[in-house]
Design a protein around this ligand. Structure first.
Ligand code: B1M
Length: 211
């Protein structure tokens, strides 16, 4: 679809106004919000990521593309929600210590809120101890951790260990993990309870675990 390509091109160039106008136009033309998210915004971020990896673009370009993506997601947000979204329970969510990537985490939040889940968002660079403290403070039984760096995903093991060592949480709270470098094998290796590889599945599985 031509409009999806146009959104992707403008997002890669960080053209916020164009992204906003084109996303709105696509919605008005009846394009499904999930298609716009997956096939325009997320795929554009994939292209930017590859260029970043190959030193064809640098942090400032990535940041302006990320900003354009976030603005586009803002418009899509109401369309990504289920209609019947009464409160369905609470979860803790954050990006692990040392890691400042929050676009995926924010998408997980949007998808979960769209399903009626209350999300206690701890933000980025969250120490393992803070996940555990917050789970107790808010009486939450599902702790969700995001990591985008191979150097920070090990923090998730610290969260699992702290949960297992805590008398109030051990055997009661579950740790759900995700993020680009995270896999089911890693989840099994560190003894986390749940792995999902995209935001929509994270929301579905969280809901199943809250019921
Ligand atoms: Co960074 N970065 N970055 N970066 N960055 C990556 C991750 C990288 C793969 C780029 C590359 O080299 N190709 C690479 C990591 C390599 C590695 O670990 N082996 C990398 C690097 C190296 C770095 C720096 C170290 C660069 C530097 O400074 N030299 C630095 C680290 C900073 C830090 O965190 N301490 C850095 C900085 C940045 C920016 C600040 C410029 C920016 C972040 C802006 C922001 O988040 N506000 C940035 C970005 C944007 C990226 C890429 C290009 C895109 C990430 C993204 O947002 N994707 C990324 C390359 C790439 O991934 N292609 C890259 C879109 C997002 C929707 O996807 O977050 O994967 P993602 O979320 C997905 C799923 O993973 C899942 O749901 C989402 C889809 O539905 N998901 C979950 C996420 N969390 C989940 C949790 C769940 C379940 C599913 O359950 C709890």
């Amino acid at each position: 679809m031509e409009i999806l390509t146009e959104i992707s091109t403008m997002m890669q160039r960080g053209k916020v106004k164009d992204v906003l106008a084109l996303v709105q136009q696509a919605l008005d033309d009846g394009v499904d919000a999930k298609t716009i998210l997956d096939d325009a915004l997320l795929s554009a971020m994939g292209v930017v990521g590859d260029k970043f990896k190959n030193n064809l673009v640098f942090v400032p370009e990535v940041l302006i593309a990320a900003r354009a993506m976030n603005k586009g997601i803002e418009i899509l947000k109401p369309y990504l929600s289920d209609e019947n979204n009464e409160p369905k329970g609470k979860i803790i969510l954050g990006t692990v210590k040392g890691d400042l990537h929050d676009i995926g985490k924010n998408l997980v939040k949007i998808m979960m809120e769209g399903k009626g889940i209350e999300v206690i968002d701890l933000g980025v660079d969250v120490p393992s101890e803070r996940f555990v403290e917050a789970a107790k403070e808010y009486n939450v039984k599902l702790i969700c951790c995001s990591a985008l760096l191979t150097t920070t995903m090990g923090e998730m093991k610290n969260v699992v260990n702290l949960v297992n060592a805590d008398k109030d949480l051990a055997g009661k709270a579950k740790v759900m993990i995700g993020g680009a470098p995270v896999t089911q094998a890693f989840c099994d290796e560190i003894g986390a309870n749940i792995f999902t590889d995209d935001a929509a599945s994270a929301a579905e599985v969280a809901l199943q675990n809250l019921n």
